[in-house]
Design a protein. Structure first.
Length: 302
């Protein structure tokens, strides 16, 4: 079995179509891809795909094999990245990821901690959604990330930075904007803008749990894939959304935020890192987490 067989199999499984996988993902001819999948099935001795009403579907054996194939490809990518880093020992590199929007407060604090290391270290910054940061940590693409505690990310460790309250955000002329705080029951009947379960699973889970605890049957009028989309939908539709505290630094003047009365939903901000990463710089930063918190929270005013 060759790595290309695994890549071809994962591409077909994720696209649900041989033609789409061949054209858009693998840039190869469909007959050639079909032969590669057939060869893989012959080698394994099991059928991986069947044709269903919606196209190519995984068999039970295919679903099991998909999980292992993804892990194997991630491990190969991580090994390749480690080898590339080892080939350039003259100047160390340190890559930091941020959940989009958090770099405004936390990057200066980290750079202050690393100031004495900068002459001999190349610092790179990435700004992405939390699931993407978790994947980058797993693959060895970044050294640490300011993110959500992604429970499905195997091999990652998290250090808590703070608990962020989730706020109600709405247009300035929204009826609820006149309140000093929004009651949970006030959310009923509103045009609600939800957050993506794929792009923000931890935030979505905290909000769903809040609705469940208060017995709120909230229907989602629109779903935002990211913060920028949420802000745009609030402004354009006049709806209301629940977003973490940091979002208040990124909203225009036409949108206001209000605390949620009582015990608001909370979402954790953590530093995430791969437990197999032996970078001395990572250990150095992790040893100074309290100092980073003090500096960042001081910039925020508490």
């Amino acid at each position: 079995m060759e790595l290309r067989h695994l890549r071809y199999f994962v591409a077909v499984a994720e696209e649900g179509s041989l033609s789409v996988a061949a054209q858009k993902r693998l840039h190869t001819a469909q007959p050639s891809l079909s032969r590669q999948i057939h060869d893989l099935e012959l080698e394994l001795g099991v059928q991986l795909f069947v044709r269903g009403p919606r196209g190519i579907e995984l068999t039970p054996s295919g679903r099991v094999f998909l999980d292992h194939a993804r892990v194997a490809l991630l491990q190969v990518e991580a090994a390749a990245e480690a080898a590339r880093r080892a080939a350039q020992p003259a100047k160390s590199t340190f890559s930091i990821g941020f959940l989009t929007g958090y770099e405004m407060d936390w990057l200066p604090a980290v750079m202050n901690i690393l100031r004495g290391k900068l002459p001999s270290t190349e610092i790179t910054i990435r700004s992405e959604d939390s699931p993407d940061l978790a994947a980058a940590l797993t693959r060895g693409k970044i050294d640490l990330a300011f993110m959500r505690p992604e429970k499905s990310a195997a091999g990652l460790q998290f250090k808590l930075l703070r608990h962020d309250p989730i706020l109600a955000m709405m247009p300035r002329d929204h009826p609820l904007a006149a309140r000093s705080a929004v009651r949970p029951k006030d959310l009923m009947g509103q045009s609600y803008i939800g957050v993506s379960l794929v792009r923000a699973p931890t935030l979505r889970a905290a909000i769903d749990d809040f609705f469940k605890r208060h017995g709120l049957a909230i229907e989602t009028a629109h779903q935002a894939e990211n913060l920028a989309m949420a802000v745009s939908l609030i402004a354009s539709t006049g709806g209301i959304s629940l977003l973490p505290l940091y979002a208040q630094n990124l909203i225009p003047k036409s949108i206001v935020c209000r605390p949620i009365q009582g015990a608001p939903p909370m979402v954790d901000l953590v530093i995430g890192y791969n437990e197999t990463n032996r970078s001395p710089l990572l250990e150095f930063v992790l040893s100074r987490v309290d100092e980073i918190k003090f500096q960042a929270l001081g910039r925020e005013g508490g």
